[in-house]
Write a new protein. Structure first.
Lengths: 318, 325
């Protein structure tokens, strides 16, 4: 387990418990169960306490936790017959965006996700989940196909943002994102999005302009990273904590602002501590929203999505 | 540029030290550093007559220079919820807004208007970089939606002049939500079978580029405008290399297939009239029938001749210093 800065206390307690258990393995006479139990009780109480009062900045760190389940984990666990489809048919395949035909609780759907990668090699391969124009154009292609074959679209959003690279700009990063957002609004099949980690700005919007948005409890969705915001408005990236708070980027705030429909609870200590539970909870939420949308006609689906975005902005946070 | 610049510039500087001219009479081009008589600059729509550098033009002046006889009607856009996040950095968002309103004399970063351009009823939305960097918040999205609704009601084409440093960070996620919201505006116009033309001006960046600016039926950019998703500094920090000359400028985007044309501001109106009339299935205007646009020069502005000849900063350097012009 990789501990975050604010989890130091938990790390110490869990470390002690681990040490004790290691000692006991070498010495059969030693009775440690009581002490281990005490330490574990203490650490889980501390974890519960910490996770009950997370600051927005701490949530950003959790959202970026490398051991948090990523799109591929969700797709692997929740979908059957996953058939990956590749390429934008124009320039290349973008490994930051995965997608394909799959069955979700028996029904065929089109699933698209931003994948950050799980180790150094796969992170490089996935470009840390930062898509280039080809990734968005591939998503457009898959959404178009979903529309033609009447398949609902499920997307998993987890990206620091679209890739700020030379080639990406030259090949029309802006245009690709704009067209993907447009495609989301255009298709007559439902889109349900789960934000499972970081929803980074326009790079996220392109796959999150959905009928229903569910967000994991400690995920974030923001117009700019707290670091970026801090360096512009506070003229110092060190003020990222303040920026994170001011931006109101937590799932709870976004629910209140009516930008998302549902906050999906995470296990105590975050999705990274119990990926299976988090994945199941997200799956249930997606299934619920899809079921609600299933009865709608194509026109109603489009209208529902459009109305939702037109209505946004009427709420003021206290 | 040419010999006369080198000769005349010091003289101009002398002149300014000697006698303080009213600031609005002359302006120094930030690109070629030549002095330009303000009236002439306005006549040239804030394009430097020496180097073609496009300076900022206010939404009002933009509209005056486009609409026939300078006549247009501003479309009122209802105010969105003010400061929805109760945002504060070093300064309160409400204070920043108040300052922007005071300095620009505008309510928000987009002005919506309708009127006739080349005798075609046309709706325009003009983004104002001078208003908090033209940043896209609720008001910008609402303005684009209002502009689209107006275009659909009037069965008129929609022109959008983009200019933005990016998102209105002080509105957080609501700023981001203007990407889909403004895209809905574009779709409304498209569904009505009406032309949607974007005129991309310096600078157009971030979520604005990645939404309505790049969704035009026709995309026109002013020369040398910075047009990008990620800004050059961010890219240089990411890839750790210097970017090529002209990267992310209009001409570069044109070469990379992202624009239909790069058109100087002084030729824009003629270009738009031609396009609008064709897309709206209207006949060509007979020669000499194109209504005049409005003039940016007000009657009370001094003529060049009113500046005493003796005190002119080497008049030759002002009007016709460049033998090519
Ligand atoms: Zn100049």
């Amino acid at each position: 387990m990789q501990y975050l800065d604010f989890e130091k206390g938990v790390a110490e307690l869990e470390g002690k418990a681990r040490e004790l258990r290691a000692l006991a393995r070498d010495d059969a006479q030693m009775d440690i169960s009581e002490e281990v139990e005490r330490l574990e009780g203490k650490s889980s109480a501390l974890l519960q306490d910490l996770y009950g009062k997370l600051t927005p900045w701490q949530k950003c760190q959790i959202a970026r936790h490398p051991e948090r389940p990523h799109a591929q984990d969700y797709i692997g666990a929740l979908f059957d017959d996953m058939t990956p489809l590749a390429g934008d048919r124009g320039f290349s395949e973008d490994h930051a965006v995965i997608g394909g035909l799959a069955r979700f609780r028996n029904e065929p759907v089109m699933v698209i996700g931003q994948e950050k990668g799980a180790d150094t090699q796969s992170r490089l391969h996935r470009n840390f989940g930062m898509a280039r124009p080809e990734g968005y154009r591939k998503a457009i292609r898959l959404m178009d196909m979903a529309d033609r074959f009447n398949l609902p679209v499920v997307t998993f959003v987890d990206t620091p943002g679209a890739y700020p690279g030379k080639g990406a700009e030259e090949r029309g990063q802006s245009e690709a994102i704009a067209r993907a957002t447009e495609k989301c609004l255009e298709i007559g099949v439902p889109i349900v999005t789960a934000i499972i980690g970081e929803g980074g700005s326009g790079g996220a919007v392109a796959l999150a302009t959905a009928n229903r948005l569910a967000m994991l409890e400690h995920s974030v969705y923001s117009v700019i990273s707290p670091e970026g915001c801090a360096s512009i408005l506070w003229k110092s990236a060190d003020r990222a904590q303040d920026a994170a708070a001011a931006l109101r980027l937590t799932a709870q705030d976004l629910k209140q602002l009516e930008v998302i429909e549902e906050v999906v609870p995470e296990p105590v200590g975050g999705a990274q501590r119990d990926p299976k539970a988090a994945i199941t909870a997200v799956g249930d939420a997606v299934a619920r929203h899809l079921a609600e949308l299933r009865a709608m006609s194509r026109d109603e689906v489009r209208k529902d999505r459009r109305e939702k975005f037109l209505q946004i902005g009427r709420v003021r946070l206290s | 540029m040419n010999w006369i610049n080198n000769l005349s510039l010091p003289k101009i500087n002398d002149f300014f030290q000697r006698r303080e001219m009213p600031e609005n009479l002359w302006r120094k081009c930030e690109n070629c550093e030549q002095m330009i008589f303000h009236r002439e600059l306005k006549q040239n729509l804030y394009v430097c007559p020496h180097c073609e550098h496009h300076m900022r033009i206010s939404p009002t002046e933009r509209l005056e220079s486009l609409y026939d006889f300078g006549a247009y009607t501003v479309v009122d856009v209802p105010d969105p919820v003010a400061d929805p996040l109760n945002f504060r950095d070093e300064k309160r968002y409400t204070d920043r807004l108040r300052d922007a309103r005071r300095t620009t004399n505008e309510k928000e970063a987009v002005v919506v208007a309708h009127g006739r351009i080349g005798d075609v009823d046309t709706v325009s939305a003009v983004q104002n970089f001078g208003f908090m960097g033209g940043s896209m918040g609720m008001a910008v999205g609402d303005s684009l939606l209002k502009a689209a609704e107006t275009a659909v009601e009037r069965k008129s084409p929609l022109l959008v002049f983009s200019a933005a440093g990016g998102a209105r960070m002080q509105e957080g996620i609501l700023s981001l939500m203007q990407m889909p919201r403004s895209t809905i505006a574009v779709q409304m116009v498209r569904e009505a079978g009406l032309p949607y033309i974007t005129i991309i001006t310096h600078p157009t960046t971030g979520g604005v580029t990645a939404s309505y600016a790049m969704l035009g039926d026709i995309q026109i950019a002013e020369p040398n405008a910075l047009i990008c998703f990620a800004g050059p500094r961010v890219i240089e920090q990411t890839i750790r290399e210097k970017l090529p000359e002209g990267f992310q400028r209009s001409e570069y985007l044109l070469e990379h297939g992202m624009l239909d044309m790069v058109t100087p501001r002084t030729r824009l109106r003629a270009e738009l009239v031609k396009i609008l009339r064709m897309l709206m299935q209207l006949p060509m205007l007979p020669a000499g029938q194109l209504p005049e646009p409005g003039s940016l020069v007000r009657d009370d502005e001094p003529e060049m001749s009113e500046v005493e000849a003796a005190e002119q900063p080497d008049g030759s350097a002002v009007k016709s210093s460049d033998p090519q012009s």
